[in-house]
Design a protein around this ligand. Sequence first.
Ligand SMILES: NC(=O)c1ccc[n+]([C@@H]2O[C@H](COP(=O)([O-])OP(=O)(O)OC[C@H]3O[C@@H](n4cnc5c(N)ncnc54)[C@H](O)[C@@H]3O)[C@@H](O)[C@H]2O)c1
Length: 263
Amino acid sequence: MEKLKNKVIVITGAAMGLGLASALEAAKNGALLSLVDFNAESLEAAKKEIESKYPGTQILTAVADVSDEEAVKKYVEETVNTFGRIDGFYNNAGIEGRQAPLVDYDLDVFKKVVDINLMGVYYGLKYIIPVMQKQEYGRIVNVASVGGIRGVMNQTPYVATKHAVSGITKTTALEYGRFGILSNAIAPGAILTPMVAEAFKQVNPSDPQAAEDEYAKANPTKRLGRPEEVGKLVVFLLSEDCSYVNGQVIAIDGGQSNAYGNV
Ligand SMILES: NC(=O)c1ccc[n+]([C@@H]2O[C@H](COP(=O)([O-])OP(=O)(O)OC[C@H]3O[C@@H](n4cnc5c(N)ncnc54)[C@H](O)[C@@H]3O)[C@@H](O)[C@H]2O)c1
């Protein structure tokens, strides 16, 4: 059964990683897609990949930086002009920044992480919620992280902004549930995307694979997650099957965030 048949779904950061995996899963489930990313070349490649795997999928693309309010307003307007509505919003674009303790953290990188991970998430909601309010229907999936429910060494701005995403999700759920809009967040653990591969390179530049193996050891499942596993959860939360889950931050991490001590 196609869980998103004829639903209009906006996905930010859609060119690769968790955004692309969710776009593929949404296309498989019959969605009409509005894909947003600031990397024009990768976005075009993502569109081609989706069209080749799921021919006939209607796809609008917008090259936009989610931390630029005017650009966000524009991609929302273009989506409504093209499809007439927005049923689901996967508010996913985000960056990790650098790895450094708080005192040594580069201030410009810190501010950039805040601009994209916090302000970018907020702008998307600011312009998409009114569209959903008029329809009296909407499903929002924000992307937090295990770093949105726990501390993580050397990642102060990432953890701060992801906790902010968890907080925004809980508040949005309270404010807009009465309009048929359900807001949830996912909190992925380490899922093997280009962003995480880059983090392993920073942790151990001479042997990133060793950093990955070490990380996997601490997980109850003894492996990293796969982007398509996240895509399936996202599609459920964007669908009508998700009818009474609201304001939750759902970990998808193989159980790792429950652990105390070695597993
Ligand atoms: N991969 C993981 O293990 C993991 C874990 C927890 C949370 N997350 C979160 O999931 C989201 C996606 O991560 P990913 O691993 O797929 O990353 P990724 O780097 O593989 O992909 C991110 C995509 O977002 C785009 N993007 C980045 N900044 C943007 C901006 N300002 N405007 C528009 N597009 C932008 C990039 O071009 C890229 O296509 C992020 O919010 C990240 O924090 C990922």
